[in-house]
Write a protein that binds this ligand. Structure first.
Ligand code: DGT
Ligand code: CA
Ligand code: CA
Length: 575
């Protein structure tokens, strides 16, 4: 199903149509009809996507047959032929300029004709050089306004990796600790659903005295700009450029509020459609019985779902796929949790490019309550810092034997993250690999290979009788390096056939495999491990990110090998 479109998105396109018609000098009645539709869309108490699905668009004031047809086309296909054709009648970039709030049709025309501006970049440059303010009838204030809107548009385009967003949230939560009367402070939105990137942070809470809490929030030292501030909500931009939407309600509505702002949008639309068929209307305030008009409030999200005959759904799976049907049947699985993890299987020490000693890493893992830890320093392969050759690996295996005698309460497995060469062969002798408890294989160079070669390379590595785990299978770096070209379906089939586990690398800059790959691999029955790839003791904390990805892939503990107790894990990897 197509992603549900927000009312504001639809309104924006119809506003652009009205603007272009005005530029064309069209009939004012026609233009006004579009403007009326925009106003209605912006003030709709309900999802436009829902109205389309229910065939009730014509009930909206100002929406006649022609516009209803266009809204339906846009909402159901994501595209509007009429708009595309209209845009094509104008110089390049005109519709982009019109999308900047504060730029109307006349201004857009002048910017295009007189300054030859075709893009946001060119507009920003012209503003900075004072060329826009120099145009007659365009004052400093208008220009400053346009500049701010450009920045806001840019912010919306930019998504922040969840690792960065979580640390901003942690700071805010710490900053609001102790504000009198503030309770239930909880992140909602994509952050709570653990998407790998975050558009903006949505933060919810309850309080008896909301204005005091809002004031404390906007006064946090990290707040750079206040976008909006009311008595129960505020939106701000933080020092790093991230937007935070904050909202306070009374305690007895918290369940429905949290549910509403956790989303996803598609989950909410599906949920509301279902509720509507049951004669119920959902909102952030609670559930209204359509027959009696009575509003029922919910302090807990679980009760809000229960009232609709639905089992609780963990936020990570609320993406509008199969979750509601499963919840209806009581079949939502128990997803893997941080507490299920018994050890980390991918960590580095100062023997290769890690910071801490082997013993320090073992102690850090023990402090986490783990039963085991696998040391997996790099092999000597080309380009990898201080990789271990045969000799040093032998020494390390010996040292681990000794440490296992000495340190109680945690078992250290000897392992290696062996480099997969360009042809799929491994950068370490068969004999030594055979001596290790756990062998992890990974690609670190030659990532530009064709899909066919890369797929073959990964499969050949998995076919080695020694390889237990394929680490960071797609080699992507979030927002920094594209995944390698590989036929992932073939990789998953090979993992099954060779009984190789695939890693969910929990390093926040990697998150590799990603959620959708995890979902598919698990569905096929591929075993997974969640590992941090720690290069220092504190990196063991990255496990929470890997858990988030695993949960978004619907993993239960049984799908993840490092939830096994030590003996069972050792038996699994025995060869
Ligand atoms: P993001 O911020 O782009 O990473 O993604 P979200 O999911 O956090 O989206 P956001 O911040 O726009 O809105 C937070 C949640 O609020 C969203 O998941 C569902 C709900 N929500 C926002 N706008 C609408 C809307 O127009 N209709 C409905 N039903 N829910 C909405
Ligand atoms: Ca958000
Ligand atoms: Ca938001």
């Amino acid at each position: 199903m197509l992603r549900a479109m927000k009312n504001a998105e639809v309104a924006k396109v119809f506003q652009a149509i009205a603007d272009l018609l005005e530029l064309k000098g069209e009939n004012p009645f026609k233009i006004r009809a579009y403007q009326r539709a925009v106003f209605s869309l912006e003030h709709l108490p309900q999802e436009v996507a829902e109205l389309v699905a229910e065939g009730r668009l014509r009930e909206v004031p100002g929406v006649g047959e022609a516009i209803a047809k266009k809204i339906t086309e846009f909402v159901t296909t994501g595209r509007l032929q009429y708009y595309e054709e209209l845009k094509a009648e104008f110089p390049e970039g005109m519709s982009t300029l019109l999308e900047v709030p504060g730029i109307g049709p006349k201004t857009a025309m002048r910017l295009g004709n007189e300054l030859d501006i075709k893009s946001l970049d060119e507009l920003e440059e012209a503003i900075n050089e004072g060329r826009v303010a120099a145009l007659p009838r365009l004052g400093e204030k208008t220009v400053e306004n346009i500049r701010r809107h450009i920045q806001a548009l840019r912010r919306k385009d930019r998504r922040i990796p969840i690792g960065e967003a979580l640390s901003v949230v942690d700071e805010i939560m710490a900053g609001l600790k102790g504000v009198p009367g503030l309770k239930n402070l909880t992140p909602a939105g994509s952050l709570r659903r653990f998407r790998e990137t975050i558009g903006d942070i949505d933060l919810m809470g309850t309080a008896d005295d909301a204005p005091t809490v809002i004031q404390a929030f906007v006064s946090l030292p990290q707040v750079r700009e206040i976008l909006a501030k009311g008595t129960t909500k505020a939106s701000v931009v933080m020092a790093g450029g991230l937007q935070v939407d904050f909202r306070i309600v009374e305690h007895d509505s918290f369940g429905s509020l949290l549910q509403h702002f956790t989303g996803s949008m598609q989950h909410n639309v599906n949920l509301r459609e279902r509720a509507h068929r049951m004669g119920l209307k959902l909102s952030e305030y609670g559930i209204t019985d359509l027959a009696t008009g009575k509003l029922e409030k919910f302090t807990s999200e679980a009760d809000f779902y229960r009232r609709q005959g639905l089992q609780f759904m963990p936020p990570e799976i609320r993406e509008g796929q199969q979750e509601i049907a499963l919840a209806e049947a009581g079949n939502i699985p128990m997803l893997v949790e941080l507490a299920d993890i018994k050890g980390d299987l991918h960590v580095h020490t100062d023997w290769s490019d890690g910071r801490d000693s082997l013993e320090a890493m073992a102690q850090a893992a023990k402090a986490k309550g783990y039963q085991y830890l696998a040391i997996s320093d790099h092999s000597a392969g080309r380009g990898i810092a201080h990789g271990l050759d045969n000799n040093r690996l032998r020494q390390q295996i010996e040292l681990i034997r000794e440490l296992n005698q000495k340190i109680k309460g945690i078992h250290i497995f000897s392992g290696m993250e062996v480099d997969i060469r360009a042809d799929g062969s491994l950068d370490m002798s068969e004999e030594l690999l055979g001596e290790l408890d756990i062998v992890i294989a990974a690609v670190h160079s030659g990532m530009g290979q064709s899909e066919a070669r890369m797929t073959e390379r990964l499969i050949r590595a998995m076919e080695s009788p020694h390889v237990d785990i394929l680490a960071h299978p797609t080699c992507r770096l979030l927002q920094a390096r594209e995944p390698v070209a590989a036929d992932m379906e073939a990789v998953f089939q090979a993992a099954l056939r060779t009984n190789t586990a695939l890693e969910i690398n929990a390093m926040p800059s990697r998150l590799d495999l990603k959620d959708t790959h995890v979902y598919r691999a698990r569905e096929l029955g591929v075993k997974l491990v969640i590992s941090t790839d720690a290069h220092a003791g504190e990196h063991l904390d990255f496990m929470r990110f890997g858990i988030g990805v695993a949960r978004r892939g619907w993993c239960r503990a049984a799908d993840v090998l490092n939830t096994l107790p030590r003996a069972a894990l050792a038996a699994y990897f025995e060869h």
